[in-house]
Design a protein around this ligand. Sequence first.
Ligand SMILES: [Mg+2]
Length: 186
Amino acid sequence: MSETPDLTEIELDSEWMCRGRLIHARRDIVRLPNGHTSDREYLVHPGAAVILPVFDNGDIMLERQYRYPLRREFIEVPAGKLDPAESAEACAHRELIEETGYRAGDLKFLFEFYPAIGYCDEKMYFFLARNLEHVGHERDHDEFLEILRIPFVEALDMIRTGHICETKTVTALFWWDKFRSGQWTL
Ligand SMILES: [Mg+2]
């Protein structure tokens, strides 16, 4: 029986490259499995809650947002960063109300995933939001977005046609497709 090789890289040194308002980046020196050293640069992220809001008739709620780094708009599920010491569930609840103006009567944790493992330690916690009640949004002063209500099948087709092409949104819709079709159970 062959032994599983240990691929662990050991931190030898670590320093901040950048500490901006949003972007925090570190550069570490690591010892590689073969004993050599190398450097690893990565973004440090507090984690985020991602929410797929589903209306009673099966329609889903998406957002249209301008994303400055790509200089274009994207259609996305609601999401936001965890505040210090905030639970993922509390963050999901808060972000949904802040961004969309809807409160979820039923918020269910589904899974967690890592959107950018090559250069970022961000972890995303994914929630399904149902029993939606409109209570009014509380957006940040620099946050502009349009709320869209779309039949699920139409949203899924927007992946095929390239109109939805952003990682957390594609992931969310494919997961929900498995659950709503009964292939996977909650
Ligand atoms: Mg957001």
